[in-house]
Design a protein around this ligand. Structure first.
Ligand code: NAD
Ligand code: ZN
Ligand code: ZN
Length: 376
């Protein structure tokens, strides 16, 4: 039986810096190489927030006046597949990936990057060629945020943007592996390759930072210092593996001084994206330490490293999606979760319905939540 257009509800951004609105939309059947997903759960990430709150970041949406279905973290069940789809069948459980992995291009086979030649931000706004979209509102095209649009009851995604996972996992729990956990954990384990006995610090204890903390802990770090201006983050930080918690605003000395006194850091993770934090984190390293930049920052943020520092062995790494090859890594992380070796349930502090999404983002902004999950 061929698939038909579906009418459903979705959260739409009409213009950067304005709240999402709930809309009735249509979702066309998947075309060649595409899959239509019935979303089961989606998470609210600060990266969505940056666009909703209108922060001027280095990534621009270029909506050209078109509305866009938002959300990039989520999990669901394959409802229908288009021609030539080979990796999934109707009924399979999947996590959506905001970076494609076609497994055919030169970049996908390069061991040092998780970028795919089809991963330009612009190309993920559309389906197929000629700027088509499968989602529409009153017949008008709706763009797709990162090619995933998880804040919709149904979404059409390219086959290259889904990771098939075991049906044993509760999608309402593992959906956060699609961004927060995948990014933070892989940044520590796959990219920085944190070593046993090391000294690490993580700036920003949201879901991304706490996942990096968990990665540092499982990699055997000896000291893990959580750094956050919100004291309420201390208890969850310790639960995820922090051995210390520091609030720079009440420390009584500079954070660089504090870290100098303990010999400097082997690894510093920026999970915020602010210039002052980048400077502090870089200047808190020991001579050969590594800075891992995860936070999506204001436009023009920079890390300045002198040649003398680099000659000593200092490294600066950018962790886009944790530099993981997402299809396999997400599947592996789900298996690790199922076997009890990836204790991430504590990251989900709130569960809401799609109608309450704007309140969910308000709470994220005010620091009252870690991950809020929409249950469809
Ligand atoms: N690189 C990637 O692939 C990637 C993927 C996902 C998210 N991100 C980015 O990671 C960052 C974190 O996302 P999240 O969802 O965990 O955010 P979040 O808002 O839940 O957490 C941010 C934390 O940083 C703390 N904070 C803010 N300013 C601070 C300061 N000056 N000093 C110390 N602590 C401070 C806040 O109190 C909060 O606990 C965002 O910038 C997001 O856009 C990047
Ligand atoms: Zn995210
Ligand atoms: Zn590719």
């Amino acid at each position: 039986m061929s698939a038909k257009t579906i009418s459903c509800r979705a959260a739409v951004l009409w213009k950067e810096g304005t709240p999402l609105t709930l809309e009735n939309i249509t979702v066309d059947p998947p075309q060649t190489g595409e899959v239509r997903i019935r979303m089961v759960a989606a998470g609210l990430c600060a990266s969505d927030g940056h666009f909703i709150w209108g922060l001027d970041t280095d990534i621009q949406l270029e909506l050209e006046g078109n509305p866009i279905v938002f959300g990039h973290e989520g999990a669901g069940i394959v409802e229908s597949i288009g021609p030539e789809v080979t990796s999934v069948e109707v009924g399979d459980h999947v996590i959506l990936m905001w970076l494609p992995q076609c497994n055919r291009c030169e970049w996908c086979s390069h061991p040092n990057t998780n970028l795919c030649l089809s991963s330009s931000f612009e190309s993920t706004l559309y389906h197929g060629n000629n700027k088509q979209t499968r989602m529409k509102i009153n017949g008008k095209p709706l763009l797709s945020f990162t090619g995933t649009s998880t804040f919709s009851e149904y979404s059409v995604v390219k086959e290259t943007q889904i990771a098939k996972i075991t049906s044993k996992a509760d999608l309402k729990s593992v959906c956060i592996i699609g961004c927060a956990v995948g990014t933070g954990y892989a940044s520590a384990v796959n990219l920085a390759k944190v070593h046993s006995g090391s000294k690490c610090a993580v700036w920003g204890l949201g879901a991304i930072g706490l996942s990096a903390v968990l990665g540092c802990k499982q990699a055997g770090a000896k000291q893990i210092i959580g750094v956050d201006i919100n004291d309420n983050k201390e208890s969850i930080a310790r639960e995820f593996g922090c051995t210390h918690f520091v609030n720079p605003s009440t420390l009584g000395k500079s954070i660089e001084e504090y870290f100098k006194e303990i010999g400097g850091l082997d690894y510093a993770f920026d999970c915020i994206g602010n210039q002052q934090v980048l400077d502090s984190a870089y200047n808190s390293l020991n001579l050969w330490g590594s800075l891992v930049v995860i936070g999506l920052g204001a436009r023009g943020n920079k890390v300045v490293a002198s040649v003398a520092e680099l000659l000593n062995g200092r490294k600066v790494m950018g962790a886009y999606y944790g530099n993981q090859k997402p299809r396999k890594n997400i599947e592996n992380l789900v298996d690790k979760y199922i076997s009890g070796d990836l204790p991430i349930d504590g990251l989900i502090t709130h569960r809401i319905r799609l109608d309450d999404i704007s309140e969910g983002f308000d709470k994220l902004k005010s620091g009252k939540t870690i991950r809020t999950i929409i249950e469809f």
